[in-house]
Design a protein around this ligand. Structure first.
Ligand code: BGP
Length: 475
């Protein structure tokens, strides 16, 4: 529907930004933090990025929160590091880890900023991995102990919790995110791992409702809205297949507490046993989520891929030179294709604000649950200009157009209570270190040179601040 007025955001809408512990904190060897698998995994990527420094938020958190307050934030979405809180296999709580997050949360609350806290954002402690990691059902108990520790320590001030960041992407991109390490038959093993993750998620939901008074919790799917390439009927089925295999299977289980007929048929056809044991489905069904955290950066296109098509493996653009992405072909399921109607970033990510409106309406129509945007943003090559500043007009354009579409989705009836783009400060990209920056605040550091880690507000910081002050009415 077209409206004859700009969209309006509800009073009390949460405006903030987002981060994850291993990408922003640094201090990986300080105050008892253990090593995580993502520390090791990211060191295999190029350019090499040293997680031990990252944005050094661990030592700059007060300055960072002061900047958030200056920008006008009313929320901040960040993650807790499991290896900082439970660094050893004996399950002993690291009080210095608790103290750091207590200080951060207190600082946020003192500035009127609502914390939105992710329990797990890829940083599996190496000690858990050595005991079998996501392949081992004991991990469910380790994870529950970690979650209960967090709820008990921070639940008096943190009321919005997020369970697992992008479980779907961890399964879809198992190799890229290091989850498939050690699996002999990833094609089948991933469904066992996924089931264990679903049980971990369920334990977190139940423990949150038990331990946190007034606590709300939801998952964080990584969402990429999918269009059929044409109105050819087979393209529509291909788009539905892609939607199932990249996101819908996960969301349906979170909300309906079952595995859909679609995925059960797929498992049967492909001789896949996800190792569902007695009591598992009852546990999953009991864990009712309160809302969805939604990560969305781009959109995709799918087209028909008949069974006699050759298999082509997906290749991510890993260096930020346009054209590096290889569209995959999955015979009998779907093929991915380029979208001639949208522009792309240097990493070939589609710049598609309308996808945001489509996604929020799609999620609302399917699940009727409130949503908070936990990630959305523009990754770019950036460094200080001759004037010592960052003029990131492209990011301002990106955010403005995306936020406008969030507003339209709200006008359309979707319940959305906050917007937290990725990211507040520059931080390590999952695969590209500091070479791919997302922040509203520049961090003066690079992959090769730690520099002085100075915080420098980009043009987008001032623009976003004005937008927040107007509750989303300046364009
Ligand atoms: C999401 C992750 C984030 C973040 C973001 C951007 O999928 O939850 O951790 O990294 O993607 O991705 P990248 O850093 O690869 O550009």
């Amino acid at each position: 529907m077209y409206y004859n007025h700009p969209p309006k955001f509800p009073e009390g809408f949460l405006w903030g930004a987002s981060s994850a512990a291993w990408q922003v904190e640094g201090a990986t060897k300080e105050d008892g933090r253990a090593v995580s698998v993502i520390d090791l995994n990211s060191q295999t990527k190029k350019p090499f990025a040293d997680n031990s420094v990252a944005s050094d938020h661990y030592h700059h958190y007060k300055e960072d929160v002061a900047l958030m307050a200056e920008c006008g934030f009313t929320s901040y979405r960040f993650s807790l590091a499991w290896p900082r809180i439970i660094p050893t296999a004996d399950g002993k709580v690291n009080e210095k880890g608790i103290a750091f997050y207590n200080a951060l949360i207190d600082e946020l609350v003192a500035h009127g900023i609502t914390p939105i806290v992710t329990l797990y954002h890829y940083d599996l402690p190496v000690w858990v991995d050595e005991l079998g990691g996501w392949k081992n059902r004991d991990t469910i108990d380790y994870f529950e102990h970690y979650c209960r520790t967090c709820f008990a320590a921070f639940g008096d001030r943190v009321k919005y919790w997020l369970s697992i960041n992008e479980q779907n992407m961890q399964i879809v991109y198992g190799d890229w995110l290091g989850v498939s390490k050690g699996c002999e038959d990833w094609f089948r093993d991933k469904w066992k791992i996924n089931h264990i993750m679903n049980l971990c998620h369920a334990k977190a939901v139940l423990a949150c409702h038990e331990l946190v008074e007034g606590g709300k919790i939801g998952p964080v799917p990584g969402m990429v809205p999918i269009y059929p390439e044409t109105c050819k009927p087979q393209d529509q089925i291909a788009a539905m297949n892609m939607e199932e295999f990249t996101e819908k299977i996960w969301n349906d289980t979170y909300v309906f507490g079952t595995y859909s007929n679609f995925v059960r048929r797929y498992w049967a056809e492909n001789d896949i046993d996800p190792d569902i044991r007695p009591g598992d489905m009852e546990l999953i069904a009991k864990a009712k989520i309160d809302f969805f955290g939604v990560n969305c950066y781009r959109s995709n296109v799918a087209k028909d891929c008949p069974p006699d098509t050759a298999f082509t493996e997906l290749q991510l653009n890993k260096d930020g030179v346009k054209g590096g992405f290889v569209y995959p072909q999955y015979p009998g399921l779907y093929e991915q294709a380029a979208n001639p109607y949208v522009k792309t970033t240097d990493w070939d990510w589609e710049i598609d604000p309308v996808a945001m409106r489509y996604l929020l309406r799609y999620m609302w129509d399917h699940y009727h649950l409130p949503m908070v945007i936990t990630e959305n943003g523009f990754g770019a090559h950036e460094d200080l200009g001759a004037d010592g500043k960052i003029h990131d007009q492209a990011r301002i354009d990106f955010l403005r157009d995306q936020i406008y579409q969030v507003g339209l989705a709200i006008e359309d009836g979707a319940e959305v209570f906050g917007y937290n783009p990725w990211s507040f400060t520059d931080l390590l990209s999952t695969g590209n270190g500091m070479a791919k920056r997302y922040g509203l605040v520049f961090i003066n550091t690079t992959d090769d040179d730690a520099r002085d880690l100075r915080r420098i507000k980009k043009d987008s910081f001032s623009w976003y601040s004005r937008l927040i002050q107007s509750n989303g009415t300046i364009w």
